[in-house]
Design a protein around this ligand. Structure first.
Ligand code: IVH
Length: 472
């Protein structure tokens, strides 16, 4: 793809996936894949407008809240060197850093007036979020009244305890994070997660009028505890070489992560001194005084056994790789997305090749590298999910790119890196389009199952048919 075309593709993809993530709580790709798109765009076109927007505006038709204090996103890092670099570029005067686990849920702002909860809002675009006061009040540890008659905006993450997720929601959602924003933004009784199953963990507080007399952010976290709000756990590093302890802290949480009660996807490091933060200021996108360090993704090896093609709502036909079952980060993986034809070509993989797969805290695993033809030993001691042993002979075959839509049989067309079914009558396309339509218009009670039943019985073929349905 030519440079300009690639930039346009990446910018569109970032916007599209950001919209699905924030406004529909229905991501199609993992965080790691999103980050890869973002990083590539940043390399090719650092000033692209998409990179400087925090997120999409909230869905139309919902009550908007202008954030008095914008809710920023943070600069990202993944390596020890990123921590060392962050410390080097942010240290002057004192060296005092605050560290907290990066909770993987949904950001929430709680606005208190004279100590009473007046309004709660999602992050939205960072400048404007959605009013979710009613649902926020259901979150058990969100106090409707503080122990002090103050005006303040408390920021934090709502998360779902993993035990609750396993017990109640495992079947309806791939991960707890998607449920968090869904639960906050739902209309009463639309069948998503219950906001009372969420927990609020604070990480920041802002004051529109008088503020407590504090030097460090950590004093404000203690202040929050005093008024009745529980912050996320934190630790302070203030030695001559804080970077050493900060790196150790990432290892400590890396080990603790698997048994921690909430999902976390990294560590947030912040300069603790509030005046030094002011001095360092912001770039167009993030504050210079903080770093969101993300856990490296979990990796493993497997063997590509076959590829299935699936037609999605937009008509994009996506290859899904079937691999020999393999544990990655505590989960057995058998299906891995290959995204699009471009990705199959980029990796140059064939059936029978050994592949490197990765999985982050979220669920959608991905093939990141082709390690060449699998040897006999790569296939040995591998088992099907039902316990049968694999036969070790797997002949290398090219991946056949389909000419016809796997759902409707009509001809497919190549558009950029994507293979597409252009037929508006394709069932796979229609089912997804209808679900998307109903969700966007917040039509209560119409879910995927009902839509499939309507399609199966020939009652609807297009979105317009929804409006022709009658009771009889
Ligand atoms: S500090 C100026 N601390 O991560 C922004 N953020 O990438 C102050 N997050 O939108 C944010 N845990 O929703 C902070 N302990 C923590 C966090 C945390 C999760 C989220 C937050 C923010 C995103 C930034």
């Amino acid at each position: 793809m030519a440079g300009e075309e690639r930039i346009k593709y990446l910018a569109d993809a970032v916007r599209y996936h950001r919209e699905l993530y924030y406004n529909h709580s229905a991501p199609e790709i993992s965080d790691a894949e999103f980050d890869a798109l973002w990083d590539e765009l940043k390399d090719l076109d650092p000033n692209n407008a998409v990179l400087h927007e925090v997120g999409p505006e909230p869905l139309p038709g919902t009550e908007k809240v202008e954030h008095m204090f914008p809710m920023r996103s943070l600069d990202k890092g993944t390596s020890d060197d990123d921590i060392i670099h962050f410390v080097t570029q942010s240290t002057f005067g004192g060296k005092r850093y605050l560290a907290q686990p990066k909770l993987d849920g949904s950001a929430l702002s709680l606005e208190y007036v004279a100590g009473n909860l007046y309004r709660a809002a999602t992050r939205g675009s960072g400048e404007r979020g959605e009013d979710v006061t009613l649902n926020a009040k259901l979150v058990a540890n969100v106090p409707t009244r503080l122990n002090s008659p103050v005006d303040c905006h408390v920021r934090g993450e709502v998360v779902m305890p993993l035990a609750v997720f396993e017990e109640k929601y495992r079947d309806i959602s791939p991960n707890p994070r998607n449920l968090c924003s869904g639960a906050l933004r739902q209309k009463h009784g639309d069948g998503k997660a219950d906001a009372s199953d969420l927990v609020f963990c604070a990480y920041d507080v802002k004051f529109p009028n008088e503020s407590p007399d504090t030097v460090n952010d950590s004093e404000l976290l203690s202040w929050l505890q005093g008024v009745g709000i529980e912050p996320a756990p934190w630790e302070i590093f203030s030695s001559e070489t804080p970077q050493k302890e900060m790196i150790e802290y990432t290892s400590k949480w890396g080990a603790k992560r698997a048994t921690y009660e909430y999902e976390i996807d990294g560590i947030v490091f912040k300069l603790d001194n509030l005046e030094q933060r002011e001095n360092l200021g912001m770039t167009a996108h993030h504050p210079r005084w903080a770093l969101a360090w993300k856990f490296p993704s979990q990796e493993a090896h497997s063997v590509l056994l076959g590829v299935d093609w699936q037609t999605g709502r937009t008509g994009a036909v996506t290859p899904v790789a079937r691999i020999a079952p393999q544990m990655v980060g505590g989960v057995t993986v058998e299906n891995v997305t290959l995204h699009n034809v471009g990705e199959v070509e980029r990796l140059g993989i064939k059936i029978g090749d050994k592949v490197k797969i990765t999985r982050r805290g979220d669920v959608i695993p991905k093939i990141i590298e082709n390690l060449g033809e699998a040897s006999l030993s790569d296939m040995q001691n591998r088992y099907h999910a039902d316990g049968r042993k694999f036969s070790a002979e797997l002949s290398v075959q090219r991946i056949q790119i389909p000419k016809d839509c796997p759902a409707c049989g009509r001809n497919l067309v190549m558009k950029g890196a994507f293979l597409r079914c252009m037929s508006l009558e394709c069932d796979a396309r229609t089912a997804r389009a209808l679900t998307y339509w109903c969700r966007t218009l917040e039509m209560d009670g119409i879910g995927e199952k009902l839509i499939e039943a309507l399609l199966d019985n020939g009652l609807v073929k297009t979105i317009a048919d929804l409006y022709r349905l009658s009771h009889s």
